[in-house]
Design a protein around this ligand. Structure first.
Ligand code: ATP
Length: 253
């Protein structure tokens, strides 16, 4: 059954009166894996933050699981991995501790973790291929492994919806493959995914829809566009700026 998971209707968001999203409508239903694409600064992160209630809409509405955001209380159903959090920076916590934090919304802070919590943490660690690093300080992990730790933290909460902002940016190939495997398992289990990505890489087969944000509007909503021209070249780093007159660069930054 395809039930509504994310419904944005005529969403408008600006910062300091400067519009970023001008009129965005988006509907994601159960089991979909949607990639949010668009040039650097087009508003992908802003859209994600608006969906999660982290920035206010000046017009329009957001619903999660069919409930208007202001009345939505089931945050344990949502796992969020923000952009470039840097889990390890100065934090002495072990990988297991960071992942276990993903259970807090489910169990409450005052109740000690039980067997179900421990099982969910173990499952999340093994899903991202970090079971053997569980006892290590996060700071000793590579950037890709730290990113996987954050994904495991989101998975440990056993969400129905995963929202990920550039989960594979700057992540090594091994970690990208591990992440793709974990995401595949999550989707097979009935999960719904919205993710921002510049390079789909090993995620490509999992994505069933692409939404391209351009100049505050949805410029494309449908099949995943093929990388075009020089963007398809291996090793292309996707960091160069694009001029305002260029055509909608579906894969540009
Ligand atoms: N907190 C903020 N205050 C003011 N302006 C902001 C804020 N966050 C983002 N912006 C601006 O809003 C625009 C959209 O930013 P956003 O991060 O949503 O884009 P993006 O598509 O996710 O970009 P990127 O690919 O670089 O992550 C940019 O011009 C950015 O500078």
């Amino acid at each position: 059954m395809s039930e509504p998971v994310i419904t944005v209707t005529h969403g408008v968001v600006g910062y300091d009166g400067r519009p970023v999203l001008r009129d965005v409508s988006l509907a994601v239903t159960t089991g979909e894996v949607v990639a949010l694409l668009g040039a650097n600064g087009s508003g992908k992160s802003t859209l994600i933050r608006a969906i999660l209630g982290l920035v206010p809409l000046s017009h329009g509405t957001v619903e999660l699981f069919g409930t208007p955001l202001r009345r939505f209380r089931h945050w344990h159903r949502v796992g969020y991995v923000p952009q470039r959090l840097g889990a390890g920076s100065g934090v002495p916590a072990t990988v297991r501790e960071v992942v276990a934090a993903g259970r807090l919304a489910r169990r409450g802070v005052l109740r000690p973790p039980g067997a179900a919590d421990r099982a969910a943490v173990a499952a999340a660690l093994s899903a991202v291929g970090l079971a053997d690093r569980a006892g290590d300080p996060v700071a000793t992990l590579s950037g890709g492994q730290q990113q996987r730790t954050l994904i495991a933290r989101a998975l440990a909460g056993e969400p129905d919806l995963l929202v990920l902002d550039e989960p594979t940016a700057g992540v090594d190939a091994v970690s990208q493959e591990a992440f793709a495997g974990a995401l595949g398992g999550f989707v097979t289990g009935g999960g719904t995914v919205l993710l921002v990505a510049h390079e789909l890489g090993p995620l490509r087969p999992l994505i069933n829809r692409a939404v391209v944000v351009h100049q505050g509007y949805v410029a494309h909503d449908g099949a995943v566009p093929e990388p075009a021209g020089h963007h398809a070249e291996p090793g292309h780093d996707h960091v160069h700026p694009h001029g305002p007159d260029e055509p909608v660069g579906l894969w540009s930054r």
